[in-house]
Each structure stands twice: as C-alpha cells, then as structure tokens.
Ligand binder design. Structure first.
Ligand code: FES
Length: 165
C-alpha cells in the first residue's frame, strides 16, 4: 500500500518541467560517471606492472640435467626466463625496465605489452621506451647440485654459470 493517497492531484511545483540548467547539470554528471566507469574498466584490462613483486626472490630452478644446451624455461610466477647455451646457464628478468610490466617471450626476443618496448633474445633494447636492457640475474648451485636464481642480485649481461657435471 502506498503512502500517498490515490487520486490526489500533484502540486504545481511537482509538475514543473526540469529547467535547462538542471538538465545540463544532470547530463554532465551522468557523462562524468560513465567516463569514470569506462576508464576504470579499461584500467582493469591493462597489463599491470609488477609493483608488488614476490617476497621470495631466491628460488630453485632444478638440476643441471634439466637444462641441455639450447634449453629455455620460463618461470612465469617469478617473471624470469632461464636459458642454457654452450657457454653456460643464465637467467634474465622478464620485468620491463620502463615501468615494470611483464614482457612476453617472442620468437626472437621479448615484447612489452604496455608501451611497446622490444628486447632481443639477450634482453638488449631493440625499441624503446625502455631505458635499459632486461636485467640478468645471478645463477648459483647448491652443494646437492640443484641450481638457484637470485632475482635480487643482478649480474652483468653475458654472465653465464658454467655447469660442471
Ligand atoms: S613498461 Fe614496458 S614499455 Fe613501458
């Protein structure tokens, strides 16, 4: 049951049409709210930079026999790729040096989805805006033979860990 009596006539102020100023104000509010909603939706779809990296930066990557010459293994959660060539094993960070987005591996290198930086297979910048190459990370070996990557310790590009069998 309604609080207002049925059949009662509306007052003149209730019948007054909305003014042009009120209409424009309402339209502007709706336009701003719609623009904000669209912007937030677009932001959620954008690849997010790695602003809050894992706390555990030292991690095991397996044994030397897991990496024959030519092997390549991406550790997606760690944002690191480990590669082996005839000179040794090396780890490259997958975090773009521009604003920290995670790069994706391509046939001949890495592409950043955020602003278009491109890196070659060794992490060197081929196209900006990334200001620096992808960092190379320290690889070491435990006494039981298992290999480790320390994502907190950068090494000069080209530093490869010699695997002894
Ligand atoms: S974060 Fe990679 S190009 Fe901007």
């Amino acid at each position: 049951m309604s609080d207002t009596p049925q059949g009662q006539e509306l007052s003149e102020s209730e019948l007054r049409p909305i003014s042009r100023r009120d209409f424009l104000s309402l339209a502007a509010t709706w336009a701003a709210a719609t623009a904000l909603g669209l912007a937030l939706t677009a932001l959620m779809k954008f690849p997010m930079p790695a602003l809050f990296p894992d706390t555990s930066k030292l991690f095991k990557i397996g044994k030397p026999e897991d990496y024959p010459v030519g092997a390549e293994k991406v550790f997606e959660e760690r944002k690191v790729v480990v590669k082996r060539d005839s000179e040794g094993l090396y780890a490259i960070s997958l975090i773009c040096t521009h604003l920290g987005c995670v790069v994706s591996q391509q046939a001949k290198g890495f592409d950043c989805p955020c602003h278009g930086s491109k890196f070659d297979a060794l992490g060197r910048v081929k196209a900006g805006p990334a200001p620096k190459p992808l960092p190379w990370l320290k690889v070491s070996q435990l006494s039981d033979g298992r290999l480790l990557v320390d994502a907190m310790k950068q090494v000069p590009a080209g530093t490869k860990y010699m695997i002894s069998h």
